[in-house]
Design a protein around this ligand. Structure first.
Ligand SMILES: [Zn+2]
Length: 236
């Protein structure tokens, strides 16, 4: 059930033990993908999974922390501490409203650390169990072989967007910018500037709708299994 579309009467009666919260960004994705890509993809996965399991989908958090893409028109970068505090409040309110397990489905790399910090704090203070899933890394791993040139607005993300909203992708503007990511995560503006010379990594021209459908299908399956596992572990 989609929380923003429910009335209070139905909300009170609904089994609220498990909810999914999609979190993304408003961020430049090459020239060819919508600025809301990182929100739309996890929201799609969340809705499909919730439909199957009859669980709640909380309204998506569209704005995220986007330091690396800050200089590209179309990016709205929210300070990490503001973002952290905001998602922390959402998690606390989820608990106060009767949710026992919150599945945070993240679509944007810059959000991962503040989301995990908030999850740790709130889980420590309340009875809420929280998992933070970076969908593009943690789900659909069995289909990652399909993509030889993934990345930010790259082959994988573009394929996924073609699968869910082909009309929002301008494939004629798809580009290629292949870069090597450092093997170990380094926080460095110099490295970010080198990696994100343009707001694209990988080869988006290799994207196809079919590859996107396969990836998302596997991601949905994996999330169903993860929730089932957590539900049994937590006895919810
Ligand atoms: Zn993205």
């Amino acid at each position: 059930m989609i929380l923003k579309d429910m009335n209070g009467f139905d909300f009170e009666k609904f089994d609220k033990s498990i909810a999914i919260l999609a979190v993304g960004s408003v961020e430049r994705h090459g020239d060819h993908l919508p600025l809301g890509t990182d929100s739309e993809l996890p929201e799609y996965i969340a809705c499909r999974v919730a439909e199957e399991l009859h669980i709640l989908v909380l309204p998506t958090v569209y704005y995220g922390s986007c330091h690396a893409m800050r200089n590209f028109p179309g990016t709205f970068d929210i300070d990490s501490d503001v973002f952290y505090r905001y998602v922390e409040c959402i998690m606390e309110e989820a608990w106060r409203n009767g949710i026992k397990l919150l599945v945070v489905l993240n679509g944007h790399g810059g959000n991962t650390t503040p989301l995990q910090m908030a999850a740790r704090q709130v889980a420590n203070r309340t009875g809420l169990a929280i998992t933070v899933i970076d969908w593009w890394k943690d789900l659909g791993k069995s289909k990652q072989y399909l993509f030889t040139s993934p990345g930010h607005a790259g082959e994988d993300e573009t394929s996924a967007m073609l699968a869910i909203a082909e009309d929002k992708v301008n494939i004629y503007l798809a580009g290629r910018h292949e870069v090597a990511y450092p093997e170990i995560k380094v926080y460095s503006r110099k490295i970010d500037e080198r990696l994100y010379e343009v707001a694209l990594t990988g080869d988006s021209k290799k994207a196809t709708k079919q590859k996107g459908e396969e990836l998302l299908g596997a991601a949905i399956e994996d999330l169903l299994k993860t929730i089932d596992h957590l539900r049994r572990t937590l006895e919810i």
